[in-house]
Write a protein that binds this ligand. Structure first.
Ligand code: NOJ
Length: 582
């Protein structure tokens, strides 16, 4: 049965809007023959929604989002039509890096609630057909984890080799770059045992020693603990850093920041992952997603080639890193996404995303957050994410078209590496004005401001003082307003999800880039079992023509972000259309 040949665009929109307003999202019928799609997996067909718990919903007025807050919004989450929630870390943590510094892997962060809250959350999600993927942060722990306290206490501690120590009598260890340290030095001297420990992130995030089989066993047991509770998968944080050259040889000049080839992603990473897969992941019906994709396309492929039994999907950063404060080229963006599609065209699987908790807001980086174009460009980007081959990852708040907050004062920022870098520049006489301007575009706190629920105080996020300021535009950009508006960014997101669920061609279909050199538009076809869809997107604020070379006279509209599209390749600013060709 064809989706659009039987109904008009307006009828289709009305139905979908009705469904979404009633918050009753029914699984649509799929309209591509499903019997001969090879390697079908639930996690390939899922839409993943990334939820940043600190900023989602506060239930107790302490200004910090929490698990009970999420529970209170489960029906809303269900109404989106998403299948999986990836929850950023909720484990016990002193919060040097907002939960990415874990002090107890089997406990819940006090600000977020209790294990009973977690169990209730998981149950509530499963009752609504939503799966839960948790962050697994095991390249490093917190320095307040019991393992590190023990490890630090004596050179003879049985936990000493859980971390990387370098005895001071051997002299200063060879330089390693730290991403978050104020001096960018990954070695921290500790007087207690007269030795240096390694931390690729902050001083409070010492790197775990994966060479130690006992440590790897602890990690496997932690994974089993959560999987036995019924969670549905893991996102492996910073895992490429786990496999190091532990002889720490000197680096050639100029290569200090070149982690991947020189001091992470070492070949035994694959052995570690295969061990995790064999001993843990393969025993459950769960998904596993890498953070990053290694150093080369071959690395990426090897990490997620199903025959190698490592992880399920890669999460490459090349595409999302293209947006710069100075702008970006649409041609370059197309090349990057097309390259990653081709890496996994035969084997392996990729994630498609334009934002996450480490990035500023999607519409402010890739679209246009001016009043004239915020909604249109948000919808266009949503069309893109949900019509590409790969599992879409959608970051919370982007479905409302939330924008960068652009703080003027450093005091308003919370992000530890940002504050460290500011202090470093101040100390070394760097250009602070330029740095502050750059933060307005790229700082990850832009993407972490509280979720905008409604037009009441603090956007309905908290009754207390929010841990990070709420974006003042919450009075007009919020879930309540958008829920009631059939043409909102939010309701477009819901429609697009329904379309993807109905069209397995959008999940598995072959991707072919068209009109590659067009500087404004991004067009591609998706083809599966004789069905062919065409996506045409204008990524610019001026009208443009997509020259696809395809006869569009018989094309039918499946979804678009403007009323009455022309269907001839002429696209208005940020216009998006998905057409059925056959
Ligand atoms: C990657 C996470 O996404 C980021 O938020 C965190 O700061 C680093 N890993 C360190 O864990």
């Amino acid at each position: 049965m064809s989706f659009s040949s039987k109904i008009t665009f307006f009828f289709c929109c009305a139905i979908l809007t009705f469904l979404s307003c009633k918050n009753e999202v029914k699984a649509p019928e799929q309209n591509t023959a499903t019997s001969d799609i090879p390697d079908r997996e639930w996690w390939k067909e899922a839409v993943v929604y990334q939820l940043y718990p600190r900023s989602f919903k506060d239930s107790d007025g302490d200004g910090v989002g929490d698990l009970k807050g999420i529970i209170s919004k489960l029906d809303y989450l269900k109404s989106l039509g998403i299948d999986v929630i990836w929850l950023n870390p909720i484990y016990a943590s002193p919060n040097d890096d907002n939960g990415y510094d874990i002090s107890d892997y089997r406990d819940i962060m006090k600000e977020f609630g209790t294990m009973a809250d977690f169990d209730a959350l998981l149950k509530g999600m499963h009752e609504r057909g939503i799966k839960l993927v948790m962050d697994l942060v095991v390249n490093h722990s917190s320095d307040e984890h019991e393992w590190f306290k023990q490890s630090r206490s004596s050179r003879n501690s049985p936990y000493r080799d859980y971390y990387h120590w370098w005895p001071a009598e051997k002299g200063k260890p060879n330089y390693r770059y730290s991403l978050f340290d104020i001096n960018h030095d990954a070695w921290k001297y500790d007087t207690l045992t007269d030795a240096y420990y390694l931390h690729y992130f902050s001083r409070k995030q010492p790197d775990l020693n994966w060479e130690n089989p006992q440590l790897r066993k602890e990690i496997r047991n932690i994974m089993k603990f959560w999987l036995d509770k019924g969670i549905d998968g893991f996102r492996l944080d910073a895992f490429t850093f786990a496999a190091k050259d532990i002889n720490f040889p000197p680096l050639s000049e100029g290569y200090e920041k070149d982690f991947m080839p020189y001091y992470s992603m070492q070949p035994h990473l694959h052995e570690y992952l295969q061990e995790l897969n064999r001993e843990v992941l393969s025993k459950y019906d769960v998904m596993s997603v890498a953070e990053g994709a290694g150093n080369t396309p071959q690395d990426a492929h090897d990490l997620v080639d199903a025959d190698r039994h490592e992880l399920d999907m890669a999460y490459p950063f090349e595409c999302v890193d293209i947006a710069k404060s100075s702008g970006y080229s649409v041609v370059h963006l197309k090349e990057a996404f097309s390259k990653w599609d081709s890496i996994f065209s035969q084997k392996g699987w990729v994630s498609i995303f334009l934002a996450n908790h480490d990035q500023a807001r999607m519409v402010s980086r890739f679209g246009n957050d001016s009043p004239a174009f915020r909604e249109l460009s948000s919808k266009m980007l949503t069309t893109f994410i949900l019509s590409m081959r790969g599992t879409p990852y959608y970051y919370n708040g982007d479905e409302l078209g939330m924008t960068n907050i652009r703080f003027d004062n450093i005091e308003d920022y919370n992000d530890m590496p940002t504050l460290n870098e500011y202090q470093r520049l101040k100390k070394t006489g760097g250009d602070l004005t330029k740095f502050m301007e750059e933060l307005k575009f790229s700082c990850r706190d832009n993407g972490r401001t509280p979720y905008q629920w409604n037009a009441s105080n603090n956007a309905g996020f908290t009754t207390g003082k929010p841990w990070l300021k709420v974006n003042p535009n919450y009075t007009t950009i919020n879930a309540a307003v958008e829920d009631a508006d059939p043409n909102s960014v939010l309701n477009y997101f819901r429609k697009m999800i329904q379309l993807r669920k109905k069209e397995l061609t959008l999940v598995y279909g072959k991707y072919t880039l068209l009109d590659a050199e067009n500087p404004s538009t991004y067009s591609y076809t998706r083809e599966l079992n004789g069905r062919k869809l065409l996506v045409m997107l204008n990524w610019k604020a001026t009208a443009a023509k997509a020259n696809t070379g395809i006869d569009l006279s018989k094309a039918k509209l499946l979804l678009g972000n403007y009323p009455a599209p022309l269907l001839d390749g002429n696209l208005r600013p940020y216009e998006a259309v998905i057409l059925e060709l056959n």
